[in-house]
Design a binder for this molecule. Structure first.
Ligand code: DGL
Length: 367
């Protein structure tokens, strides 16, 4: 049919016809288009360069309204309802903002008319937000976190295609049941394993232990594994309503390295009791290892009642109990698949439920 038309219409008109025929339901009736909530928090996707061509830029400048104005036709894919929850560089995210974001997402997910939620977010801590949401949200509906590695004013800005794809995924019934998904560069990553692995590469997000669960484009998702293969939230997840940002246990990460002493841990122990952390996550070398002086300092910390979890700086593989470190004797926990930053979040929430070491280890085994 299009070939027949080719003799009677201009190339531009033909191109328009082809794009119209190929685009998904661009003019579906109002009641047919799914509703998608978009929660904006800032990041590079909302970033602005100091001047055209500048490497320097400021994240968290443009509002969601401005970002959507750059995406004509997006409202034909889904009926959009936007909310500017924050406008920050994501390295500044806080427990208060995490819980506020989770509560806003939960509220939209509870609306029967909403098909899914998109969260625009800085990439620096996007993996942590995705994991936190995995632990506290209970909906089967898709929650898609996306952002950008290049600012909105950059000629090759990747934010627009990421946001178009994220809306299409959040609008798709095929995306139900995967838990929060992180979408950048056309890849869909579940929350547990995904991590930012490069400072500037467009394909920075990788899931070294799990691999992506599918691909996505502005036409929607294509999953390579079923939602039933996604690991459930450990311990059945946590009750968001019961969490108070001001009362969350404080957990810090201590890095192991060559020639490490125990001074950082001893400085924590020297703090007044009320300022000491409830937990320490070791970002260990190799399989969650550390130098003898650092291990000794951590033993002093656990003797003082601080819960110690061993994770690894390596970025891939599992940290297992009792390999080079006698976790049973020390009363420590092995982080298994969780990176130090995600182990920290699970320990924070785990300590709101229990201080039983066996129960805490079970949470990490289930993660
Ligand atoms: N400061 C970083 C952040 O907001 C910018 C990186 C980005 O969003 O890609 O996470």
């Amino acid at each position: 049919m299009l070939r027949h038309l080719a003799r009677s219409v201009s190339a531009a008109a033909l191109a328009a016809l082809v794009s119209l025929a190929a685009a998904p339901a661009l003019h579906a009736a109002d009641n047919e288009r799914p509703r998608v909530a978009i929660l904006a928090t800032g990041g590079t996707i909302a970033g602005v360069q100091a001047h055209p061509g500048a490497a320097a830029y400021k994240p968290g400048v443009l509002t969601l309204d401005h970002l959507l104005a750059q995406l004509p036709g997006l409202d034909q894919v889904a009926r959009l309802e936007g909310e500017q929850v924050a406008n920050i560089a994501s390295q500044d995210i806080t427990a208060e903002l995490w819980l506020r974001l989770a509560r806003r997402a939960a509220a939209h997910l509870a609306d029967p008319a909403v098909s899914g939620v998109v969260i625009t977010h800085g990439t620096d801590t996007m993996e942590e937000s995705a994991w936190l949401l995995r632990l506290v949200l209970r909906s089967e509906k898709p929650v898609v976190l996306t952002g950008a590695m290049l600012p909105a004013t950059h000629p090759q800005a990747d934010g627009p295609v990421n946001l178009r794809s994220a809306v299409a995924v959040a609008a798709s019934p095929a995306a139900r049941g995967y838990g929060p998904l992180l979408l950048l560069n056309g890849e869909l990553h579940p929350a547990r394993d995904v991590r930012k692995t490069a400072t500037e590469a467009i394909d920075t997000f990788q899931s070294p232990n799990d691999l992506p669960v599918g691909a996505a484009s502005p036409a929607g998702p294509s999953f390579s594994v079923s939602a039933s293969s996604i690991r459930p939230a450990p311990g059945g997840g946590f009750d968001l309503a019961a969490l108070d940002a001001d009362a969350l246990p404080r957990v810090v990460i201590v890095a192991a390295h060559g020639d490490a002493d125990g001074s950082v841990v001893d400085a924590l122990l020297a703090l007044p009791a009320e300022r000491r952390p409830a937990g320490i996550v070791l970002a260990g070398v190799g399989n969650g290892n550390a130098s003898a002086p650092l291990l000794a300092a951590l033993e002093r910390a656990s003797s003082a009642g601080i819960v110690v979890v061993r994770s690894s700086r390596t970025g891939r593989g599992l940290v297992d109990r009792n390999l080079e470190v006698d976790d049973d004797r020390l009363g420590w926990i092995a982080a298994r698949a969780l990176s130090p930053q995600k182990a920290r979040i699970l320990l924070v929430l785990g300590l709101t439920r229990t201080r039983d070491l066996a129960e805490l280890q079970r949470l990490f085994d289930e993660a």
